[in-house]
Design a protein around this ligand. Structure first.
Ligand code: PMT
Length: 399
């Protein structure tokens, strides 16, 4: 059920006796790793209290469209944008009718109109109401709008009738909800990305580093999380905000980045992407105190740092391993050599001789090379380049 890990589920509860099952559903969704927020209609609150749902979800329950305090915390448009899936369970006949006809006369129906996320409903109602031609017409309209419909099941009903209209059990709804994310490129995959520079201390105030800003690696992390992956971002010292739903590990030295990378891979990693500009060498000795300006010349002895991406590609739990190459001449030839020498599955090379791409720029242009092919990704924003690169990685990874 790892397709629900990190997913943001907006659980809508409408009025009906099956509303009591939505409390269990909150738990099941959370156990599967989802982040759940609850929205209740007025009639849902006749069957189960917002306090119960708040206690279970760990977040305030949203009930009213025009509630100033709720709007101040997370406005309804923000909530609609926040969701990866709007899941309505139970969905009453009344709610289905309002959704089918595009009403926005309460918070839940407004969210359905305002969201770009997929919407799923788990209908629950009396069997005669379900069979009614109006409900069936509404159902068809919702399906035509792309709404996923989970159930209903057949069986004995709270009212004493027997027939179709029972809400699916929470576990069945959970599985169906996970299925909505099947199409995502990296759903359920663990992607580990290194980003930014490393810093190798000479003394307490001086260090060796480079111009990497971390922007390329952070853009990749953001795109991977949006494609459904669980993302671990191992970041050198950079001044960037952590992308949403990304687990960030901050490091300073190449040795720290190496250790964090190996630990992440040992936990189980599907794809490793080495975007970081790792210092190849570090001072053999780091002075305990600031080095004084006493002599005309100072000689630093440097020693090689571990090659992180090469170590990961040689690891017994080897993930699909992607390197980067920052070159100023013979870009493709040098990148090809790194692909072979570091035993990578793919390498993305950028020409960093200018200032409009590569280090610290908002844009990049890459030539992506793998053992039997290559693709040029022309100049674009790092975010766009990250999207294109991640698609290539996902395709090659699955082959
Ligand atoms: O951070 P930005 O400002 O957005 O800039 C992006 C970038 C230019 C840093 C990025 O696009 C890039 O090219 N990253 C790789 C930079 C680099 O150090 O390349 P390299 O050719 O020296 O290293 C080759 C590969 O080995 C890289 O994947 C690097 O992460 C890896 N490596 C290098 C040395 C080392 N000790 N360990 C490594 O894992």
């Amino acid at each position: 059920m790892d397709r629900l890990v990190n997913k943001r589920i907006l659980l809508g509860v409408s009025g009906g006796i099956a509303a009591y099952k939505s409390a269990d559903l909150v738990r099941r969704l959370q156990d599967a790793g989802a982040d759940v927020r609850v929205v209740m209609t007025v009639s849902a609150r006749e069957f189960i209290t917002p306090l119960t749902m708040q206690a279970l979800s760990g977040h305030p329950v949203h009930t009213d469209l025009l509630d100033p305090s709720a709007e101040a915390a997370m406005g309804h448009i923000e909530l609609a944008r926040w969701a990866d899936l709007v899941l309505i369970a139970p969905a009453s006949a009344n709610l289905m009718a309002r959704m089918a006809h595009g009403h926005g006369n309460d918070l839940l129906t407004t969210l359905c109109l305002a969201t770009g996320a997929p919407i799923a409903i788990a209908p629950a109602m009396n069997q005669q109401m379900w069979a009614d031609v109006a409900t069936q017409r509404n159902l068809l309209m919702l399906q035509e709008k792309g709404v996923h419909v989970f159930g209903p099941a057949s069986g004995s009903q709270a009212c004493g009738d027997v027939g179709q209209g029972r809400m699916l059990e929470p576990m069945e709804i959970l599985q169906a909800a996970a299925g909505v994310f099947d199409h995502q490129l990296l759903t359920g995959k663990h992607v580990v990305i290194t980003a930014g520079p490393t810093r190798e201390a000479i003394d307490p105030v001086r260090y060796i580093t480079n111009k990497s800003s971390g922007k390329m690696g952070f853009a990749l992390a953001e795109v991977a999380a949006e494609a459904g992956a669980r993302v671990t971002l191992i970041a050198g010292p950079v001044n960037l905000a952590t992308p949403s739903r990304v687990q960030r590990i901050d490091v300073i030295r190449a040795q720290d980045m190496y250790e964090a990378s190996v630990a992440a891979v040992e936990q189980g990693c599907d794809i490793f992407i080495a975007t970081a500009a790792v210092a190849d060498y570090r001072p053999v000795v780091t002075a305990d105190h600031k080095i004084k300006k006493s002599t005309e010349e100072v000689h630093l002895t440097l020693v090689k740092n571990p090659d992180i991406v090469a170590a990961i590609s040689a690891h017994s739990k080897r993930p699909f391993t992607v390197g980067f190459a920052a070159e100023t001449q013979d870009v493709v030839a040098y990148a090809n050599a790194k692909l072979i020498n570091k035993k990578l599955d793919m390498i993305a090379t950028n020409d960093v001789s200018g200032t409009n791409v590569g280090f610290n720029s908002d844009n990049n242009a890459l030539t992506v090379i793998w053992p039997d092919g290559h693709k040029v990704l022309p100049l674009a924003s790092k975010r766009q380049i990250a999207t294109q690169l991640m698609e290539l990685i996902a395709i090659r990874y699955r082959q």
